[in-house]
Design a protein around this ligand. Structure first.
Ligand code: NAD
Length: 361
């Protein structure tokens, strides 16, 4: 019997609806092959929700998401909503959704497709074969620690304060996610911290080391964050899975992403303790090309593949989608953002059709 999954689908704004249509077609195409069944439940978020019901994250949307096995989100935002008060902006809806689902682990893979190697600003020999994952803690650390604020000292000088703090429980929680992910990948986990200077990092390092006893099949190493930034650009192939705190992960995941050189190819996932994960491309709503059939749907399709692998534990189906993307790129088809000499230019819809053809028996 097929496994039925309920998927909340948040197409959002700009190119969101176009790339979502492709991702859903791809999921429908692979379902029978892997004995899966999907129920797609559309819900409003971002500017689309503001226009329809006056707020960027309607309660009904959060409820739909909480009652689903996974949430697939395209992108939100656009200039027409930029002048609204902050609590009514599309971005506020996205932040509220992440908070409402308790998503504390952010997964950002950076994988080089050999066909796109020249899109990177690094030398091909440095990046060929890169396939890494940054696991970033998302709800703690310096972005949330107290005290915070701009205070006035006794001498009347202003003083800005933020606090980087993690409890052992918060570290263990993200640590376990990272070990489990490393286990599904190449079994190598690099924990990044600044334990030579920061006590919070010393605790981070101690907890990761203690956890590693439970994961004898995963090789744990530690790097200081300054060295990690350098190594990511110098020799990125050495990394498999990286786990790090909120601030360090914010920076390192952007460095890792840019190794690939193409924003239209980058998926991401955010996971909570229980309940559905959120799967979305890294890019925004690209209003400059919205409605023109020019968007690259592959980051969205790769997000759907991440949903299958990390949200629904269907790695074979995820792999089939990734292989279809590789095959279509191998045959020289490119959307405008990836276009290169000797390749064939296709639009968003045609890229979808090519993937479906590739996936059809
Ligand atoms: P963007 O990622 O939307 O676009 C940056 C550039 O990349 C644009 O030239 C765009 O055309 C191009 N691009 C992005 N995705 C593409 C794709 N799939 N195919 C082809 N080209 C693509 O970033 P921006 O222009 O800074 O922001 C536009 C809107 O998106 C803003 O309202 C911003 O707030 C929002 N945004 C949303 C998210 C999100 O939903 N998670 C993330 C970033 C930005």
């Amino acid at each position: 019997m097929a496994t039925p999954y309920r998927i909340a689908v948040l197409a959002g704004d700009g190119i969101g609806p176009e790339i979502t249509a492709v991702a859903l077609e791809v999921l429908r195409a692979i379902a029978p092959r892997f004995n899966l069944e999907f129920e797609f439940v559309p819900a409003l978020v971002g500017g689309a929700a503001i226009d329809a019901v006056g707020e960027p994250l309607p309660a009904a949307t959060l409820k739909t998401c909480r009652q689903s096995d996974a949430v697939l989100l395209a992108a939100i935002g656009g200039t027409q909503w930029d002048n609204l008060p902050r609590h009514l902006r599309p971005e506020t809806g996205l932040l509220a959704l992440r908070a409402g689902l308790g998503l504390f682990a952010n997964l950002r893979p950076a994988k080089i497709f050999p066909q796109l190697i020249h899109a990177s600003s690094l030398k091909p020999e440095v990046i060929a074969g890169v396939d890494l994952m940054v696991v970033r803690e998302l709800t703690g650390g310096i972005y949330f620690g107290q005290p915070r604020g701009i205070f006035t000292t006794e001498t009347g000088e202003q003083r800005g304060v933020n606090t980087m703090a993690y409890t052992a429980g918060e570290i263990d929680r993200i640590g376990r996610v990272a070990f489990e992910i490393a286990r599904k990948r190449q079994g190598k986990l690099c924990s990044v911290d600044k334990a030579n200077v920061l006590e919070v990092s010393q605790l981070w390092r101690d907890r990761l080391s203690a956890l590693s006893i439970e994961y004898p099949d995963v090789a744990l190493t530690h790097l200081y964050v300054d060295n990690a930034a350098m190594q990511l650009v110098r020799a990125p192939k050495q990394f498999d899975t990286i786990v790090t705190a909120n601030l360090f992960g914010d920076i390192l995941s952007d460095i890792a992403a840019m190794l690939t050189g193409s924003i239209g190819m980058l998926p991401s996932a955010s996971l909570g303790e229980s309940g559905p994960g959120l799967f979305e491309p890294v890019h925004g709503s690209a209003p400059d090309i919205a409605g023109q059939d020019k968007a690259n749907p592959l980051a969205m399709v790769l997000s759907a593949a991440m949903m299958l692998r990390y949200g629904l534990n269907q790695p074979a189906a995820a792999q089939a989608i990734e292989e279809a993307i590789t095959a279509v790129l191998d045959r020289g088809y490119r959307t405008a953002d990836l276009m290169a000499e000797g390749c064939t230019l296709v639009g968003c819809r045609e890229m979808g059709d090519l993937l479906i053809k590739e996936l059809s028996p």
